[in-house]
Design a binder for this molecule. Structure first.
Ligand code: SF4
Ligand code: SF4
Length: 378
């Protein structure tokens, strides 16, 4: 293991549920380049569920999935670029037969891990393996009380999640849950939160369902921008209650004192306002086949920056032609209220994926912004 000091600081922050990590800066050609802090790695597109809102419409494994040797090589590249944190996602990560091997190799390389799972496949045998990994959290997707969750995902899946959380608790493995908000479930937040508290889940990420993948076939499920206000009020009122710390995702914002208050409670220290989308700036995504993207939600081929089967991660990251859609985006490129907004130069319209999925353009205004809603009222 190398870089123990940095590792210990990060791991201490991890334990305290903080993830505002300092960014390594490099002066290069007169430009300050951030190195990535974190990554979302879709280890497989295979999934044992067929959720009605799956953003990637996952089913079977797709051609070109990284072999174990290629996956190890990618982990070496992450170490080389000094990555601080990795999120293993899918598909369903636990359907990948070598997942435990990958986790052990990440741990051997001092990279803390979040596993994002549907919770169906967590077993005693898996938990025994995970219990030996010091800095790891299992984040399970939970979309409502039993009837609603099972309707969205799969009959019996709520009961499987409950069982999985009990197993993970038994082995003292850190847990969290992720709820994707749609019209199907946003009125049941209190039922979900109460369940999380009962199951000792301390970390609850809440994110908007956006019209991607299967949800683009169920557009009537998508929340209206006006629905956000009541949701944020609720989350603010309940922040930290019963030990459940709430993390509104990137797509919920911006310049909203209540959101800042919710995040400050969760991180245990004052968190400043939104400072723009991290894609290609301090984070990136790795798709199942080795393609590198800025954000795994923005996966159209034209936003693929390279492939780690034939280039190193460092080469892709340092290429001045990489991630230009994000790195070169200017506030003047925005439209509507975002163009007029006093926060535009820092905010750049909030989540790029929200604008892209809602309006098919990064340049459109972000209607899912409470500051934008307030501008409309003025
Ligand atoms: S109106 Fe647009 S630029 Fe202003 S805070 Fe909201 S998303 Fe950001
Ligand atoms: S596009 Fe949205 S979800 Fe993706 S990194 Fe940017 S803010 Fe986050």
């Amino acid at each position: 293991m190398i870089n123990f000091v940095v590792y210990d600081i990060i791991c201490a922050m991890y334990k305290l549920k903080k993830c505002t990590l300092s960014i390594v800066l490099l002066k290069r050609g007169g430009l300050i380049m951030n190195y990535p802090v974190t990554c979302v790695w879709e280890v497989t597109m295979a999934c044992n569920m067929r959720c009605k809102h799956c953003g990637s419409s996952c089913s079977s494994a797709l051609p070109g999935e990284l072999s174990t040797a290629e996956a190890f090589k990618f982990i070496d590249m992450c170490k080389n670029i000094n990555l601080k944190w990795i999120n293993l996602s899918g598909g369903e990560p636990f359907v990948r037969p070598d997942l435990i091997l990958l986790i052990k190799y990440l741990y051997a390389n001092s990279i803390p891990i979040n596993i994002i799972s549907n919770g169906w496949l967590v077993s005693e045998d898996i938990a025994k393996e995970l219990a030996g990994i010091k800095y790891l959290r299992v984040m399970i997707s939970l979309d409502g009380p039993e009837e609603i969750h099972d309707f969205i995902r799969k009959p019996g899946s709520f009961a499987r999640i409950k069982n999985s959380l009990e197993i993970l608790n038994k082995y003292n493995i850190l847990t969290g849950c992720i709820t994707t908000l749609t019209k199907q479930n946003y009125k049941f937040l209190e039922e979900i939160r109460t369940f999380l508290a009962k199951m000792n889940v301390e970390c609850w990420q809440v994110q908007l369902g956006l019209p991607m993948g299967n949800l683009s076939e169920n557009k009537d499920w998508i929340l209206e921008p006006k629905d956000l206000t009541g949701i944020i009020d609720y989350l603010y009122e309940k922040k930290g209650k019963d030990g459940v710390h709430i993390f509104p995702a990137d797509c919920m914002g911006y310049y909203n004192a209540k959101i800042d208050g919710i995040l400050s409670e969760a991180y245990g220290e004052k968190v400043g306002s939104w400072r723009g989308c991290n894609a290609g700036v301090s984070s990136f995504g790795l798709l199942h086949d080795g393609d590198i993207v800025g954000c795994t939600s923005i996966r159209d081929k034209k936003y693929v920056e390279g492939n780690i089967k034939n280039q190193t991660l460092r080469e892709i990251w340092e290429n001045p032609n990489s991630f230009t859609w994000r790195r070169n985006f200017k506030p003047q490129d925005l439209s509507g209220n975002c163009k007029k907004c006093e926060h535009a130069s820092e905010c750049l319209g909030g989540c790029f994926n929200t604008r892209f999925t809602m309006n098919n353009s990064f340049c459109s205004e972000n209607k899912y912004c409470t500051y934008n809603l307030m501008m409309d009222k003025k």
